[in-house]
Design a protein around this ligand. Structure first.
Ligand code: HEM
Length: 425
């Protein structure tokens, strides 16, 4: 790892230099039983864990978008501490190299000099394997423009899609949990692996004064063994039935991946990420009758079938009527979110359930859905769908949006490049 590749950092202490050199020489050693990596002697457990599955970090698109959802999420938003574009470039380089290492299931060995004599890698994932981890990096509007200022000299490269989201009816956003200059979405089939990724990237970033602004953990149920069945959210309903499938290239190209001509060239192959922390009022939802819950969503709870259907993947018939009324009510969530009512627009949803602390005001669990969606155009896809939902969705009785963020996720890097490289070219 070249020193020039590290982000701007305070002067290294003598101890830091010694430590870094030791770590760098350790990197040269082969991985395997007894090999020393990052100062650790790894036992036979490295790579032999059932969680050793890896998802490539490098490719035309960033990982963690089209790949199927892992069980755990750590999502962090950052305030960038630098004042020059070159500092951002160095940070993105360091993050990319580190993310590649972590998602390969290897300990971090570089980019952590001058942060004290502690080991480069904090060590909590030694022996755990990669656990299908992915790291997805996004850039926020305030990186390009803050308080009307061209902060890093990059304003003329800012995609129009990063225009602020409009206000939506009923939302009550906590500014401390909104926005951010950068984001890291770390997902893994092990909660500690996902946490470790954010921890390491935050530590690297802190050397240049970049700090975590807010962080959200999320979870999904463990797989049931039936790969075609979707996980249930905290409403108890199957979630993802009518979602875009990551392997469906035609649909991904149409609705998710930014294409040449959509905006600045550096985003071609990338996508835009919207995150909304949506609290579910469990105290109003749980006493609601099953029939009413099913009318709110427009699907049967146990089977996941659309109302009027029998099994989860039966087509949704929005025209069906019974006794003069629509079978799927006019204000049902799946009707209002359907592509048919939104000019054919679809989004890729990749959210996670969350349960944070207890709300001190009402003693209720502060739990819900950390909604994440990826789309080619936020303002033609997410925004109109969310406007319609915010105005009419029966689910609004039981939910409230409490945070919001929007990031541009550049295309995937190659082994000799880094996330966002084309932004600087
Ligand atoms: C707490 C908040 C939410 C919950 C619990 C929730 C839950 C669900 C459930 C259970 C389904 C049916 C199964 C499926 O097809 O995945 C669904 C469908 C859907 N949801 Fe949500 N959702 C929430 C918020 C949102 C938001 C904010 C959006 C977008 C702005 C959205 C967009 C969609 C879309 C596009 C569908 C598929 C509709 C179709 O074509 O059938 N959802 N959601």
């Amino acid at each position: 790892m070249d020193e020039a590749d590290t982000p701007p950092q305070p002067s290294p202490t003598a101890t830091g230099i010694t430590r870094r050199r030791a770590l760098q020489s350790a990197t040269a050693l082969a991985l395997g039983t007894g090999a020393a990596v990052g100062g650790y002697r790894l036992g036979a457990e490295q790579g032999s864990s059932p969680q050793s599955k890896t998802i490539p970090f490098y490719g035309p698109h960033q990982a963690g978008i089209a790949s199927s959802q892992q069980e755990h999420l750590q999502f962090a938003s950052f305030n960038f501490g630098g004042i020059r574009a070159s500092q951002l470039r160095e940070l993105l380089k360091a993050w990319s190299q580190t993310a590649a290492t972590i998602t390969a299931g290897q300990p971090v060995t570089a980019h952590l000099r001058a942060l004290g004599p502690g080991p480069a890698d904090s060590g909590e994932t030694l022996g755990l394997g990669a656990a299908s981890s992915t790291v997805t990096i996004g850039l926020g509007r305030t990186l390009f423009e803050r308080d009307g200022r061209d902060r890093l000299g990059l304003r003329n490269r800012m995609p129009q899609e990063l225009a602020p989201l409009p206000q939506f009816r009923g939302e009550q956003l906590d500014p401390l949990r909104c926005g951010g200059d950068l984001c890291v979405q770390a997902c893994a089939d092990d909660p500690q692996v996902a946490f470790h990724a954010v921890r390491m990237l935050a530590r690297i970033a802190s050397a240049g004064g970049t700090r975590v602004r807010w962080n959200q953990a999320g979870f999904l149920p463990a797989p049931t063994g039936n790969p075609t069945s979707n996980p249930r959210n905290l409403l108890g309903f199957k979630d993802g039935t009518n979602n875009i499938r990551g392997h469906d290239r035609t649909t991904m190209n149409r609705h998710v991946w930014v294409t040449d001509g959509d905006g600045p060239n550096w985003m071609a192959g990338g996508t835009y990420l919207v995150a909304r922390r949506i609290r579910i009022w469990l105290d109003t939802w749980d006493p609601t009758s099953l029939e009413e819950q099913e009318r709110v969503i427009g699907r049967h709870k146990a089977s996941g079938a659309p109302l009027g259907g029998h099994s989860e993947f039966d087509p949704v018939n929005l025209d069906a009527r019974a006794g003069g009324l629509p079978v799927i009510p006019a204000n049902a969530h799946i009707r209002l979110a359907a592509a048919k009512l939104n000019h054919g627009e679809r989004i890729l949803r990749r959210g996670y359930s969350f349960s944070d602390t207890v709300d001190p005001h009402d003693g209720q669990l502060d739990a819900g859905l950390f909604f994440i969606s990826f789309q080619r155009s936020v303002h033609h896809q997410f925004v109109p769908i969310q406007h319609r939902l915010a105005a009419h969705d029966a689910l609004n009785m039981h939910t409230q949006h409490t945070s919001s963020a929007l990031f541009a996720c550049p295309p995937g890097p190659q082994p000799d490049s880094y996330v966002g490289q084309a932004l600087f070219e």
